[in-house]
Design a binder for this molecule. Structure first.
Ligand code: SF4
Length: 68
């Protein structure tokens, strides 16, 4: 799987970090607002359940999981 993020819509809620800290971090940006940073663009299958939960519960629906 591959992860795609729509950064323009990310508002730094950190739900993704809570669900899958192996894959997502949330860091402050130059504009002063936190945004998600993807740590693993192509996470292993073992993390699929966590990644899917992060995508499902992201309040802004900015995480898309693509199959490769
Ligand atoms: S990806 Fe979603 S849950 Fe993660 S910081 Fe951005 S808006 Fe929040």
């Amino acid at each position: 799987m591959k992860i795609k993020i729509d950064l323009a819509l990310c508002q730094g809620h950190s739900v993704c970090l809570g669900e899958a800290p192996e894959v997502f971090n949330v860091i402050d940006q130059d504009d002063g607002y936190p945004h998600v940073k993807v740590l693993l663009d192509s996470p292993p299958e073992a993390l699929r359940a966590k990644v899917m939960k992060a995508a499902k519960y992201c309040p802004n629906s900015v995480i898309t999981v693509l199959e490769d």
